[in-house]
Write a protein that binds this ligand. Structure first.
Ligand code: PGA
Ligand code: ZN
Length: 434
C-alpha cells in the first residue's frame, strides 16, 4: 500500500546558474521522494514575494541558510503527516504559517521549494506524468491530448542580463508555424548557430559571448541593430519572416527608466514617445509580443499601448503583475496588457501560480510560462506549461544546460504523448484546450 502521507522534508542550498546559492528541497513519503529547486531573478519586480537571503558575509550576503533552516526546522514539522495529494492544503498551510503578505517571514524561496517538490512527489506516487497531474490540479479533470508550448527563445541578451549597451533585455524568436515542438526547437537551434556566425563575422569574436540566458550579448547599442541581425540569421536559414518566425521582446523597461524618462538608443523618451517607439517597431518588424514595455508602476502606459494594437500582438505583464492575482485583477480591469508572464517564484507557491494563470485565461489574457535569469536544472515549468495548456514558454536560448533542460523536458513530453501532442497555431491556441 502506497503511503501518501509526508514523512520528512529536507532542504539544502545548491548553486544556481549564476553561481549564487538557492534552495533545493527533497520531500519524502516513506522511501519515495521528489526534489525541486527554486530559480532567482535579476530584473525582479518590486512587488514580488520575498526571496529570503541572509545578508552578512557568506556568499556576499546572498546565502540562503535561513530559508533552508525554515524548511528543515519549521515547515517540515507542520507538514509532516499531510497528504501529498492535497496541494491546496499544503500551500495554504505554508502561507498561514508564514503569515505575511509577501512571504517575507519564511521566504518565498523556502515555501516554493516545498510546494513544487510536493507536486512532483504526488504525481510520482500516483504514477502519472507531472504535466498530467498539473492539468488535473488546474482544471479538475483529465484529458488525452495536450498542447505543447511555442518556445519563445531569447537569443540575444541586453539590459540587466548582459554587459552591453542594449536597453531592451531580451530579443526572442518564436517558431510559430512549426508542426511540432521538436521541429520548433530545432529551427531555433539552427537560427541560433547561424546568428553566431553572423555576429562573429560582423562584430568580431567578442560578440559571441553569451549572457545569463544563453543568448549572445554582442556590444550593440540600438534595438534595431539587434532586430536586424536576428532577421538576417532567420532569412539566411531560409525561413520566412512573419510566417515561420515572429519576433518578441522583453523590454524590462523598469531597468532603463530613471524615474522621469526612458533611456533607450542613446535617447531620453517620455512615456508617449516610448509608446510611439514601440508602435514604429511593430510597424517595421514582425514583432508580435512586447513584455514590460513601461515601468512596473506605469499601468496607464500599458493600457494606452494595449489600446493601440490589434489582437495579433501581445502585451505581456511581468514586473507589472508579478504573478499576483490581486495585481493581475487590477491590470485586467484597466486593460493594461493582454497577457500574463507566469513565474512561480514571483508568487511563491504552485497553487497561487495556477490561480493567477486561470484568472488570466478567464479574462481572455494569454499566459507565457517563464524561467528566471538565475536558473537550476529543475524542469518543473516545462510540465507546468503543458499542464496549464499555456501554449507559450520562455526559457532562454537553445544554449546552456540550465536553459535547455526545460526544452529537453518538453521534447520528452512530446515523445510520451506521441500523436496526442499538439503544437499551437497562434497565441490563443489554449482556447481550444483546458
Ligand atoms: P529576471 O528576468 O529573471 O532577471 O527577472 C526575466 C524577465 O524579466 O522576464
Ligand atoms: Zn520580463
Amino acid at each position: 500500500m502506497t503511503n501518501f502521507k509526508i514523512t520528512s522534508i529536507k532542504a539544502r542550498w545548491i548553486l544556481d546558474s549564476r553561481g549564487n546559492p538557492t534552495v533545493e528541497t527533497d520531500i519524502y513519503c516513506d522511501n519515495n521522494f521528489a526534489r525541486a529547486a527554486v530559480p532567482s531573478g535579476a530584473s525582479t519586480g518590486e512587488l514580488e514575494a520575498l526571496e529570503l537571503r541572509d545578508g552578512g558575509k557568506k556568499f556576499n550576503g546572498k546565502h540562503v541558510a535561513k530559508a533552508v533552516s525554515n524548511v528543515n526546522n519549521i515547515l517540515a514539522n507542520y507538514l509532516k503527516g499531510m497528504d501529498i495529494r492535497e496541494q491546496n492544503l499544503i500551500d495554504s498551510k505554508m502561507i498561514e504559517i508564514d503569515g505575511t503578505e509577501n512571504k517575507s517571514k519564511l521566504g518565498a524561496n523556502a515555501i516554493l521549494s516545498v510546494s513544487l517538490a510536493a507536486a512532483k512527489l504526488a504525481a510520482k506516487l500516483r504514477e502519472i506524468p507531472l504535466f498530467k497531474y498539473l492539468y488535473e490540479l488546474s482544471y479538475g479533470t483529465i484529458r488525452e491530448n495536450y498542447l505543447l508550448p511555442i518556445p519563445c527563445c531569447n537569443i540575444l541578451n541586453g539590459g540587466e542580463h548582459a554587459g552591453n549597451n542594449l536597453a531592451i533585455q531580451e530579443f526572442m524568436i518564436l517558431p510559430a508555424r512549426a508542426n511540432s515542438f521538436s521541429a520548433a526547437i530545432r529551427y531555433v537551434s539552427e537560427v541560433y548557430h547561424i546568428l553566431k556566425e553572423i555576429l562573429s563575422k560582423k562584430y568580431g569574436k567578442q560578440a559571441i559571448n553569451v549572457g545569463d540566458e544563453g543568448g549572445f550579448a554582442p556590444n550593440l547599442s540600438f534595438t534595431r541593430e539587434a532586430l536586424d541581425v536576428i532577421i538576417e540569421a532567420i532569412e539566411e536559414r531560409g525561413f520566412s519572416l512573419g510566417k515561420e518566425f515572429i519576433l518578441a521582446i522583453d523590454a524590462a523597461a523598469s531597468e532603463f527608466y530613471n524615474g522621469e524618462k526612458y533611456e533607450i538608443d542613446g535617447k531620453q523618451l517620455d512615456e508617449n514617445e516610448l509608446l510611439q517607439y514601440y508602435l514604429d517597431l511593430i510597424n517595421e518588424y514582425p514583432l508580435k509580443s512586447i513584455e514590460d514595455p513601461f515601468d512596473q508602476k506605469a499601468f496607464m502606459g500599458f493600457t494606452k499601448l494595449t489600446n493601440k494594437i490589434d489582437e495579433s500582438v501581445q502585451i505581456v505583464d511581468d514586473d507589472l503583475t508579478v504573478t499576483n492575482m490581486n495585481i493581475l485583477r487590477k491590470a485586467i480591469n484597466q486593460g493594461a496588457g493582454n497577457a500574463l508572464l507566469l513565474k512561480v517564484n514571483q508568487i511563491g507557491s504552485l497553487t497561487e501560480a495556477i490561480n493567477s494563470a486561470k484568472l488570466a485565461f478567464e479574462n481572455n489574457f494569454n499566459v507565457m510560462l517563464s524561467h528566471r535569469s538565475g536558473e537550476t536544472s529543475d524542469t518543473f515549468i516545462a510540465d507546468l506549461a503543458v499542464g496549464l495548456c499555456s501554449g507559450q514558454i520562455k526559457s532562454g536560448a537553445t544554449c546552456r544546460s540550465d536553459r535547455c533542460s526545460k526544452y529537453n523536458q518538453l521534447l520528452r513530453i512530446e515523445e510520451t504523448l506521441g500523436e496526442k501532442a499538439q503544437y499551437p497555431t497562434n497565441f490563443k491556441s489554449w482556447k481550444n484546450f483546458q
